[in-house]
Design a protein. Structure first.
Length: 98
């Protein structure tokens, strides 16, 4: 699957960073090998996650999708506001249980 997309410079003025980022947030790729991809308001991808297993088909090993989680963001099933209220994962958090 080969696609040629025009460069961002031909569509948007990349010198105006605010306008360029706004335009980038509106991009949604639908026909790409890993499935549909778009960016959230934090500029992180929202995409499908595929759980696969290796199977032998016709004497060859291949990945077979056994479960697809659609539109997964960095927050998974949490609301972004609730997730961001939590402390940042670090060496000290979550606390070590004795």
């Amino acid at each position: 699957m080969s696609r040629v997309y025009p460069s961002p410079q031909t569509i948007y003025n990349v010198e105006n960073k605010a306008k360029f980022l706004d335009a980038l947030k509106k991009v949604e790729l639908k026909d790409v090998p890993r499935g549909p991809v778009r960016l959230d308001e934090y500029m992180n991808p929202i995409q499908n996650i595929y759980v696969r297993k290796v199977e032998r088909v016709g004497g060859e090993l291949q990945n077979t999708v056994i479960q697809t989680y659609q539109n997964v963001s960095q927050f998974w099933t949490y609301k972004p506001e609730d997730f961001l209220k939590q402390p940042v994962y670090s060496r000290d958090y979550p606390p070590l249980k004795p």
